[in-house]
Write a protein that binds this ligand. Structure first.
Ligand SMILES: [Zn+2]
Length: 261
């Protein structure tokens, strides 16, 4: 997405989400032009930090420590096989108030997954692993590589999941320096966002995501400085009339695209 599109895209997202998610936010009954006298009320800025491909023993606990210190709730899209390796970390994610999402069992290139049965198995095995680890069934799904053609959307929705992609991708899985990750995430500051980060990398036992850990405080600091409120993806999705009345974010969630890996 280019910067210009990004701005208009997110501006509508901010206005709509501000009204939908946060009841205390003043609602523009007839649009901004109808407000008379004084400055218009401030618009809430909202950001959801998301971490994919974990959990990993090296990085996820460090990320959780930082989130705890900063009092930020995030969303973790976990891989089932990694959940079974480190269930205690997923239990901690849940216990500390973060949202958890299903990111398949083995992180396959879904373009190679040819049947509904195979996809359903990937999702169901992960659901069981999350339940064993944290005692909850989750309803968020992020397809590996963001790739989700219509038949997959239908299958995943039939299973009761919301499909979540992202608005900002700093490509942290390519291991750029921490300051580069921070700068890339900032590229759309002034807007609202779902940010894609990684605490793991597919099924790798050492995903080498230390730069993401190092970047996290800077990302949080800059969003805070710019007046953002941190929310989980669950908070976004469960806003009333979300799907019908928030087309921008709905599009983010439904939009099938291939971006990373
Ligand atoms: Zn992934």
């Amino acid at each position: 997405m280019n910067h210009k599109n990004c701005i208009s895209y997110h501006l509508s997202l901010i206005l709509l989400l501000g009204a939908l998610i946060l009841p205390s936010t003043p609602v523009y009954a007839g649009g901004i032009q109808e407000i008379k006298g004084g400055a218009p009320p401030p618009v809430k800025k909202i950001v959801a930090l998301t971490f994919d491909d974990g959990p990993s023993t090296q990085y996820t606990p460090q990320i959780l420590d930082i989130l705890k210190e900063e009092n930020v709730k995030a969303t973790f899209f976990v891989i089932g096989e990694n959940v079974d390796r480190h269930p205690e970390i997923v239990a901690r994610e849940h216990a500390e108030g973060h949202a958890i999402g299903n990111h398949t069992w083995s992180h396959p290139f879904l373009s190679l997954v040819e049947s509904r049965k195979q996809l359903t198995l990937e999702i169901a095995r992960t659901d069981s692993a999350i339940y064993r680890a944290a005692g909850v069934h989750v309803s968020l799904f992020r397809p590996p590589h963001g790739w989700c053609p219509p038949w997959m959307v239908e299958t995943v929705e039939d299973l009761g999941f919301d499909i979540i992609n992202w608005t900002e991708d700093p490509n942290d899985w390519k291991h750029p320096a921490a300051n580069i990750i921070v700068k890339r995430v900032e590229s759309c500051l002034g807007l609202s966002a779902i940010v894609l980060l990684h605490d793991g990398l597919e099924l790798k036992k050492d995903p080498k995501q230390e730069n993401t850990v190092q970047a996290l405080r800077g990302i949080i600091r800059d969003f805070r400085k710019d007046g953002y409120e941190f929310v989980t993806v669950t908070q976004l999705v469960h806003a009333p009339e979300f799907a019908e009345e928030c087309p921008a974010l709905y599009k983010v969630i439904k939009n099938p695209r291939v971006i990373h890996h």
